[in-house]
Ligand binder design. Structure first.
Ligand code: DQA
Length: 148
């Protein structure tokens, strides 16, 4: 069975409460449940991990690398700072979609640098919680074509 890992970076555990004018009212749990049902419908396994800590995200990627085919990751603020998570994604060499609820390119200047975009399989941003669903559709398609 193919397996997709969904990684949520710092402060995304507060979705639904946090800056709802920017990030919307959907909770992380409701987003994960929707993604899980999309994947299971196509007989694809789905794992979820959220952390507010850079090292924990890196540890999780390293520990689970052998049974993951595709990654959907919203690195949140680490998008703009983390060479270490970038290196971890390069090290595990699993294709990933960089996903954002907002469109960082039209926000503050400091959000316009991403340490992930140039090594991503694709980027989806600006569609609120739907960004994750679009990423999951792409992930499912990838698995259907590339995973036995
Ligand atoms: C975010 C955008 C980041 O700039 C920000 O730090 C986040 C969320 C998004 O999903 O729009 O925490 O990744």
């Amino acid at each position: 069975m193919a397996s997709i890992l969904v990684v949520h970076g710092p402060n995304l555990n507060l979705l639904g409460l946090r800056e709802t004018d920017i990030y919307g009212t959907a909770t992380l749990d409701s987003i994960n449940k929707k993604l899980e049902s999309m994947a299971y419908e196509k007989k694809i396994d789905c794992l979820f991990f959220q952390s507010n800590h850079e090292g924990q995200i890196i540890d999780y990627l390293q520990q689970h690398k052998d049974h993951i085919d595709f990654i959907i990751i919203n690195p949140a603020a680490y998008t703009h700072t983390s060479i270490a998570i970038r290196d971890a994604l390069l090290a595990v060499s699993i294709p990933f979609i960089e996903t954002h609820l907002s469109n960082p390119s039209k926000r503050e200047h400091f959000r316009q640098t991403s340490y992930f975009s140039d090594i991503a399989y694709g980027i989806i941003s600006g569609f609120g919680a739907k960004s994750y669903e679009l990423a999951m559709l792409a992930g499912i398609e990838y698995c259907q074509h590339n995973c036995v």
